[in-house]
Design a protein around this ligand. Structure first.
Ligand SMILES: [Zn+2]
Ligand SMILES: [Zn+2]
Ligand SMILES: [Zn+2]
Length: 566
């Protein structure tokens, strides 16, 4: 679970990337005027978002800071051939997962049908080796449709025949355990956009703060909700294994035929993405990624701005997100120079390098200001409300005598999503609800017993197990502009990870060994025992509680991520 720390650290760093541009701008102002106070005061005196964005935009133009930020993302046949060669070499060496990656990269960069055909054909061989017969057959069909050399067709057809036979014989493995679902009569009808149980309710307290409460006693380990993201982006190390539209795991994705940045699980997702937002995004995604660094939330905000063209998104937005926006501290906009700056540059990209403005009838006199306002708000909401979508990869040790060494879990973020129900939870550095992902579906479960009326908390990132109190408070302050007053912060709990060695008791070894089995063989019922242990501990901060909570979380992570290419 060290990954939880990495994910949070990354989120802290990403803001710095954008702030760097603010620093450059201020340096230019200082060079000219010998001070920056006037510049800042003028910004702070502005009263509307469009004014703030225009102010930053004009200054970026004034100091020539927008020039050279855009380039056209072009396919590159030579680079694609290099990836194919690397794929072939890796395949010959038996490193199939690496071969798979390079063939997909080749497909993303390839300019011609010929090269795409070869890459699909070779990827089908890699997929065959990984026993992914369904995917293998799909790739062979794609290769045959891409002017594949007639002389080599027979061998490809032979592989298809073998894959079809194997597919008939073997059980198709799933990417993860079946996603939990809630039977109709247990479902809460009053929570937004989620399948959520009746034992919780969403409330707003006297300060208009959102919160989630238990309506009855809830034991530890209780499944609370399963939620689909309203909007999401895929980014990071796993971007080759996830559809950039539906975010599902996919080992044989197809590329966008125009840019080099996205892949889809099939033509349906590709077409939907194009219609909904990618027709605008395609031309600017590559420079945009460079510009915003790893700040995925800004990419998410841009996508929301494009999706706002669609009635369905507008309906969802009005129903689920708008009420949340009203609860966010409105003052953020006033002093948030960084957000205005990011908006101004993204606005420039969209206006000058996409056909979005012409589609939206730029003739409407107030459209420009309206769009600046929308974009600012979407970027802000994406920044504050998005959740990291993660996947867990177990790391197995070498020593069979030490089974506990096998369940270190590497947690990687592969995207960001907006989950309207999740947004209603408040943060605690000692949360009583954990998050696991089944693909892109967010599943929430309790790790503590809750009594009627008690609040349920998630962690927005910081955790007292891993993060010093000052780091936790800094994180929360920088992102959400409030002081964390959770139990762990008030009680000044030390970092639990310091005591990790002591925690590796005999019990831990047993649980860890079971967790490994559950990964390899399917679900093993270790949950019940853990939940009983958790329920038996009343004290909030004890080593045992830390240990059992961790084990429970491991267990859920493992069942949700069973099938992974290493
Ligand atoms: Zn898809
Ligand atoms: Zn594209
Ligand atoms: Zn706290």
């Amino acid at each position: 679970m060290d990954g939880a720390k990495e994910v949070t650290d990354e989120k802290i760093r990403t803001k710095d990337n954008i702030v760097a541009y603010e620093t450059i701008l201020k340096e230019r102002v200082f060079e000219e005027f010998g001070e920056t106070d006037t510049f800042t005061q003028q910004f702070e005196a502005l009263t509307t978002n469009p004014e703030r964005v225009t102010y930053m935009y004009d200054n970026m133009v004034r100091y020539d800071l927008l020039k050279g930020r855009y380039w056209k993302d072009l396919k590159n046949e030579q680079a694609a051939r290099r990836h194919k060669k690397k794929g072939d070499n890796n395949f010959a060496r038996g490193d199939i997962p690496s071969a798979l990656k390079h063939f997909t990269r080749c497909l993303m960069k390839a300019e011609t049908d010929e090269l795409r055909g070869l890459a699909y054909a070779n990827r089908s061989a890699a997929l065959y080796k990984l026993n992914m017969y369904k995917e293998c057959i799909e790739d062979i069909d794609l290769a045959l449709g891409n002017t594949y050399p007639p002389a080599q067709r027979p061998s490809l057809l032979h592989r298809k025949k073998r894959a079809t036979q194997m597919l008939g014989k073997s059980k198709v493995p799933e990417y993860h355990e079946p996603t939990p679902s809630i039977p109709g009569k247990a479902r809460n009808r009053h929570t937004p956009h989620a399948h959520c149980v009746k034992q919780v309710e969403v409330g707003i307290d006297e300060y208009s703060r959102r919160r989630v409460l238990a309506t009855t006693e809830i034991p530890a380990g209780q499944f609370i909700s399963v939620e689909t993201s309203m909007v999401n982006v895929v980014s990071g190390k796993s971007d080759l294994y996830h559809c950039h539209h539906c975010v599902n795991v996919c080992y044989n994705p197809i590329p966008c035929l125009t840019c080099t940045q996205v892949v889809y699980c099939g033509e349906k997702c590709g077409a939907e993405a194009w219609y909904d937002y990618h027709q605008y995004e395609c031309n600017i995604l590559s420079p945009l990624k460079q510009w915003v660094g790893y700040c995925k939330s800004l990419l998410l905000g841009v996508k929301m701005a494009f999706l706002a063209n669609l009635q369905t998104f507008c309906n969802d937005f009005t129903q689920y997100l708008l009420p949340m926006e009203n609860i966010v501290n409105k003052d953020i906009a006033k002093d948030n120079m960084f957000l205005a700056l990011a908006t101004s540059v993204i606005y420039y990209f969209i206006r000058d390098f996409t056909h979005f403005f012409s589609k939206k009838n730029i003739g409407a006199s107030n459209f420009d200001d309206q769009f600046k306002d929308d974009l600012f708000r979407y970027l802000h909401m994406a920044y504050v409300f998005s959740a990291e979508i993660t996947e867990a990869k177990p790391i197995f040790g070498d020593d069979p005598q030490l089974p506990y060494e096998v369940v270190d879990i590497e947690k990687q973020s592969f995207g960001l999503g907006i989950y309207p129900f999740f947004m209603h939870f408040r943060h605690s550095c000692s949360p009583n609800v954990v998050i696991n992902y089944y693909g892109s579906k967010m599943v929430l479960r309790t790790t503590r017993k809750r009594l009627k009326g008690e609040e349920l908390f998630v962690s927005y990132g910081p955790h007292y197990y891993y993060h010093e109190q000052s780091d936790r408070r800094n994180f929360i302050w920088r992102l959400f502009y409030y002081q964390c007053r959770c139990l762990a912060c008030v009680d000044e709990m030390p970092i639990m990870a310091l005591f990790e060695d002591e925690v590796r008791s005999e019990n831990y070894v047993t649980v860890a060994a079971n967790a490994k089995r559950c990964f390899l063989e399917g679900s093993v019922e270790i949950k019940a025992a853990l939940m009983a242990l958790l329920d038996a501990i009343d004290t909030e901060f004890t080593m045992e509680k830390y240990f059992y909570t961790t084990a429970l979380w491991y267990h859920y992570d493992l069942v949700a991520n069973r099938r992974r290419v290493p």
